[in-house]
Design a protein around this ligand. Structure first.
Ligand code: ATP
Ligand code: MG
Length: 351
């Protein structure tokens, strides 16, 4: 692949840790699939050239069109106002029957959501079972508090079978700080008795060089998730704000930065729902030594606070111990647990 995301090894394998219930789960996923290929628009008079232009902009499904604002569509080559109206109308008709669902159906769907283990049972419990699909989980904290270690651990645990018939899947890792380390993955794979080469093969890695590039990579991610539908289960961005902080400086640029950040977060939320994947982002804290309160606050302001579904603050404890505090969740109470950073990744503190 030469599109910005490289596999750790070229010939990627879809092999993940085996599960007895593979066929059963595939059937469930097929039944529930909300993907409606954008190619279906050909039958409704939309040209192949227009479909390809939508795809180039990361729009691969009918849901993707519906998630995109009209003003955004005007930026796409070949799309004028009339064409956009007709496209929206067609998509509306196509998805008429599943535009609404009952709360019972939502409840059923939520029960099916997979949750990825963090490596620590205590931390999983804090998160109501783990890092949840179809939402954005954010961890923030000062340097060395374990954000990157947690990201690496999730890269491995996401490949393993879990509750609810989860069979494991591939991972995409966007690295903005150049701290991704395959060697760490090998140690974590060893802890779980997994084949290290298979584990590396199942992780697609991209280095983002600036915040615009970070955003462009998300378009490629959209295409990748579409091409290999159902194969990827986790997208990690470590860290979400590092490049924004460099690219936009001072009060004069804050509006611009927040606007772009908001767009990116909205894109991430849509990706998580459209492709049924978990999104895990790390974040830094403000470095204002004059006011200690501010110095423990995550950067990204209200935009990030509202966009992240679940927020966890990490702080350092004694030695390798770290403390995770759940600060914001739509359905979990605020609480705090300890965990450990080990050579095998994130683990529980042993008594
Ligand atoms: P930053 O904000 O600088 O990116 P971070 O929160 O991402 O920091 P991590 O890299 O996740 O920090 O964690 C660093 C901690 O992990 C250090 O305390 C380091 O000693 C520990 N660590 C790194 N590798 C190992 C290992 N192989 N075995 C045990 N602990 C490790
Ligand atoms: Mg880090």
């Amino acid at each position: 692949m030469n599109n910005g995301i490289i596999a750790q090894k070229q010939e990627t394998s879809t092999e993940v840790a085996e599960s007895e219930s593979v066929t059963e789960c595939e059937e469930i996923e097929d039944e529930e699939s909300c993907f409606q290929e954008i190619e279906i628009l050909l039958e409704h008079g939309i040209s192949l050239a227009d479909i390809n232009n939508l795809k180039k902009n990361g729009i691969n499904t009918i849901k993707g069109v519906q998630m995109c604002m009209r003003k955004k569509l005007t930026e796409i080559e070949g799309f004028n106002k009339e064409k956009i109206e007709s496209l929206k109308e067609i998509c509306c008709q196509i998805s008429l029957s599943n535009a609404f669902m009952t709360a019972s159906e939502v409840s059923f769907q939520r029960k099916q959501l997979f949750k990825l283990s963090t490596g620590s049972k205590a931390l999983d419990k804090l998160l109501g079972g783990g890092v949840e699909a179809m939402s954005i989980t954010e961890v923030f904290g000062e340097f060395r508090c374990g954000k990157t270690q947690l990201s690496h651990t999730l890269c491995v645990t996401a490949q393993m079978p879990g509750p609810n018939g989860y069979i494991g899947g591939k991972v995409i890792f966007i690295d903005t700080e150049h701290t991704f380390r395959p060697n760490r993955l090998k140690s974590i794979a060893e802890r779980y008795h997994l084949d290290e080469n298979t584990v590396l093969d199942n992780i697609l890695y991209a280095r983002a060089y600036n915040s615009e590039h970070q955003s462009e990579l998300l378009n490629i991610v959209g295409c990748k998730l579409h091409e290999e539908a159902g194969v990827f289960k986790l997208l990690i961005i470590d860290s979400i704000m590092a490049l924004f902080r460099v690219d936009y400086s001072g009060r004069g640029e804050i509006f611009d930065r927040q606007h772009k950040l908001g767009q990116m977060m909205s894109r991430l939320q849509k990706i998580s729902e459209e492709y049924n994947i978990a999104i895990f982002i790390t974040n830094q804290i403000a470095s204002d030594f004059k006011s200690p309160d501010l110095a423990t606050r995550p950067v990204g302001g209200n935009i990030l606070a509202h966009a992240s579904t679940t927020r966890i603050a990490l702080t350092k404890g004694e030695g390798a111990i770290r403390i995770a505090k759940l600060l914001d969740s739509p359905d979990l109470e605020e609480a705090e647990v300890q965990f450990l950073i080990t050579s095998g990744g994130i683990d529980d503190v042993k008594d």
